[in-house]
Design a protein around this ligand. Structure first.
Ligand SMILES: [Zn+2]
Length: 169
């Protein structure tokens, strides 16, 4: 499995193209649809996945759904195997996508390099965030994390920080 990484739009949102055998999944089409389409030029786009529906993750979504005749988050799992893990907190609809065979997780704005998503937005909930961190703690340390913004990380590395986020709770 190969991962192409695009940084798109005003908030520099990470868009990932997960590729295997000339087939691919687009994760978080944040903006600049034409850049995504050209990055997928020689590939068969099987799915579009969205970690959550904040505007900076979906500005190009409508264009791509029309272009590829796909509805996002249909979880077709044609050529790819992955687990959909609800990880609310930053947003109530936040989903983490876990590609177990390749030990890769796409965490959206749930989990970043050395920090977590803010929990003061419209559908945020701190208790949900704590539950989501506890849930994700059960997964193996050697999973690579690809977040919605900024650089990637390793889950085991991030787990060290989990206790510090809510030390006053
Ligand atoms: Zn967000």
């Amino acid at each position: 499995m190969e991962i192409k990484h695009l940084v798109l739009g005003r908030l520099r949102t990470n868009c990932y193209i997960v590729i295997k055998d000339n087939k691919c999944i687009i994760i978080d089409p944040g903006d600049e649809a034409e850049k995504i389409i050209s990055a997928c030029e020689d590939l068969e786009v099987e799915e579009i996945l969205v970690t959550h529906h904040h505007w900076d993750h979906i500005l190009a979504l409508e264009k791509l759904e029309t272009f590829y005749h796909l509805k996002h988050n249909s979880f077709l799992k044609k050529s790819f195997t992955y687990e959909v893990i609800p990880t609310p907190g930053h947003a109530s609809d936040l989903l983490t996508f876990y590609f177990k065979d390749d030990k890769i997780m796409f965490t959206g704005d749930f989990l970043f390099y050395h920090t977590i998503g803010r929990c003061d937005l419209e559908t945020s909930n701190i208790d949900d965030m704590i539950n989501s961190l506890n849930k994700i703690s059960q997964y193996p340390d050697d999973i690579k994390i690809y977040p919605g913004h900024g650089k990637s990380s390793i889950l085991g590395e991030e787990k060290k920080y989990f206790a510090t986020y809510f030390k006053d709770k």
